[in-house]
Design a protein around this ligand. Structure first.
Ligand SMILES: Nc1ncnc2c1ncn2[C@@H]1O[C@H](COP(=O)(O)OP(=O)(O)OP(=O)(O)O)[C@@H](O)[C@H]1O
Ligand SMILES: O=P(O)(O)OC[C@H]1O[C@H](OP(=O)(O)OP(=O)(O)O)[C@H](O)[C@@H]1O
Length: 216
């Protein structure tokens, strides 16, 4: 019997926006998916044709890159950070809009005074961050954090942070100002390249989501 396709979705903040888009693409999780008490991580789609797994945002990319899931939805920040060759991101879903920016304490003046040749930066995105500073001839020592980056400057962990910004209210509440935008971000449909070549259900799904994105 053919295995159902596995569709990976992030359990964080993209999920609420992703579910209606998935529904328009014909992917609707069974009702247990919405039950907060249910500890399962894998669910059937309503039509029984797919398996839907709920994992952490960064892990969506890993599951799909290794072919453990054939399809997924993830922010372009995560795609850039990993740069997996087996990942293909054919559809911009137009959800989860934010940007990745460099920020520093409001009172610091390193930027106007010119960037120092070496700096410590707290971030969840060490690869993107070191690449970005390298391009400017700056050696950035990245301190990897998994959240609450905004705390790092005031506690002396790092002079700057590289983090996601949407409204800017998290930066403001923590006495930081945005200095430079590294990239604009939105959520993408991602597929495993090998699965796309060998399984017609994957290309059919990509076409469906292309239409959904074009119509919104
Ligand atoms: N403020 C924001 N506005 C819009 N989109 C965002 C915002 N913050 C994050 N995102 C998008 O949502 C994705 C998941 O972010 P989220 O904050 O839910 O992850 P997380 O809670 O840190 O995940 P995890 O718990 O798995 O580490 C990000 O990769 C990004 O693409
Ligand atoms: O500019 P804003 O609108 O304030 O959004 C930015 C915040 O959103 C994200 O965190 P999230 O709320 O997802 O929590 P997290 O710390 O768990 O990642 C991001 O890491 C920022 O902290």
């Amino acid at each position: 019997m053919t295995q159902p396709l596995t569709f990976a979705v992030p359990k964080g903040r993209i999920l609420d926006e992703a579910l209606p888009v998935m529904a328009r693409g014909g992917v609707v999780p069974e009702s247990a998916f919405h039950d907060k008490m249910d500890r399962s991580l894998s669910f059937a789609s309503e039509d029984g044709k797919m398996r839907i797994i709920r994992v952490r945002a960064f892990d969506v990319a890993t599951f799909v890159a290794f072919g453990a899931a054939q399809v997924g939805i993830v922010g372009s920040d995560v795609i850039e950070e990993f740069d997996y060759s087996e990942l293909y991101a054919p559809v911009d879903l137009g959800i989860g809009a934010c940007r990745l920016s460099v920020a520093e304490p409001a009172q610091a003046n390193a930027y106007s005074a010119g960037i120092a040749s070496h700096m410590r930066v707290a971030t969840k995105y060490p690869n993107i961050t070191s690449r970005w500073f390298e391009q400017q001839g700056v050696q950035a020592e990245c301190v990897k954090l998994n959240g609450a980056m905004e705390l790092a400057p005031s506690l002396g962990l790092a002079g700057r942070i590289v983090d996601l910004v949407s409204t800017g209210s998290t930066l403001k509440s923590n006495g930081l100002v945005e200095k430079e935008t590294i990239m604009q971000i939105s959520a993408r449909l991602i597929v495993n390249r090998a699965a796309l070549k060998t399984d017609p259900r994957v290309s059919e799904l990509v076409e469906r989501f292309r239409k959904v994105a074009a119509e919104s």
